[in-house]
Ligand binder design. Sequence first.
Ligand SMILES: NC(=O)N[C@@H](CC(=O)O)C(=O)O
Ligand SMILES: [Zn+2]
Ligand SMILES: [Zn+2]
Length: 425
Amino acid sequence: MTAYLITSVSIVGAAPTDLLIRDGVVAEVGPGLSAPDAVVVDGTGLVALPGLVDLHTHLREPGREDAETVESGSRAAALGGYTAVCAMANTSPVADTAGVVEQVWRLGREAGLVDVQPVGAVTVGLAGERLAELGAMADSAARVRIFSDDGHCVADPLLMRRALEYVKAFDGIIAQHAEEPRLTEGAQMHEGEVSTRLGLIGWPAVAEEAIIARDVLLAEHVGSRLHVCHVSTAGSVEVLRQAKARGVRVTAEVTPHHLLLTDERAETYDPVFKVNPPLRTADDIAALRSALADGVIDVIATDHAPHAVEDKECEWAYARPGMLGLETALSIALDVLGPEWDLIAERMSRTPARIAGLTGHGVDPAPGVPANLTVIDPAARRTIEPAELASRSRNTPYARMTLPGRIVATFLRGEPTVLDGKAVK
Ligand SMILES: NC(=O)N[C@@H](CC(=O)O)C(=O)O
Ligand SMILES: [Zn+2]
Ligand SMILES: [Zn+2]
């Protein structure tokens, strides 16, 4: 195995030092290291972080390999600085059996670019009627711990209660897509001034907040772990703040796009801005940013949702919701939070790794720890060109925007997956 010596690199914002990677682990950290056999990476001006961990990725395989595959999504992830991603279950077939989650897990191993941790469906076929084989997925080779019907809400309170009770036995977690379906029928965008002006049916904030309020009470009642996907409103933040103050075992994520973009983007009628939950208002963004800083929101997760051209380049009402995220998340975080490296490491690596139970990930580079890390050039600026992305899809909302930061290198267990800003395989 080739050794790598990264010189004069700042580890999570600390004073520059050298970092030697050998045999899959961080072998040494300190100034003036020498390793004649190692490939040298000049880390001057660069920052090393524990490899990013995404709790919420759609890889589309099996079923929509035209939009993304485990391999293409893994490459996009590595280029974005990720070393592990949790692959959502809304594939075709749905990942609701041990067989499908093992297939996704195996494809991830074969691609070898990031650790792909499958998420299992909560209900059979995401239909919200019967619990899926949660135990069999937990016991499978994929060792599933996170279950989600993401794309759909587990709307039936009795099913949600049973799911929360079931996963307690193996310290599992239910990740809820919080959307009361009766309040969002026909919805196209955030319900507010802009939707009124555009004449589009609105998706009210209360549709999200009502489910989160119910679910934190259920989680409290059964003493189980709840995770809330893509929190998007100021009201949701308040419900979470109160639940956490009471000691409810709830964690929450926010996406990069909900930290940056508002519902005014819909004025373009460009479906690249159509997403679930919808882009909200500037006040929501302000509340989400402060919740991320104070810890009411635990994690930034991408909700990377690739869609084929025919599903996006059409009339707004017919377009599928969702946007790409893996290759731009770190840049958006840097833009929104500034060079707060410890906070970025916490929200994008350490905490998501802990929630998902991914040992070996989310650990700061130090002697003896697995070399899962990423190296960032914070001074670089890049203009996003959809055609240059590694994803098979093109639906980035940041096309032609110039964003701060560039991933220079990513290492997975000591092997580079990205070097010099390019994917190694
Ligand atoms: N976020 C989206 O708008 N779409 C996601 C599903 C989801 O995350 O709800 C998808 O799978 O395309
Ligand atoms: Zn969702
Ligand atoms: Zn999703």
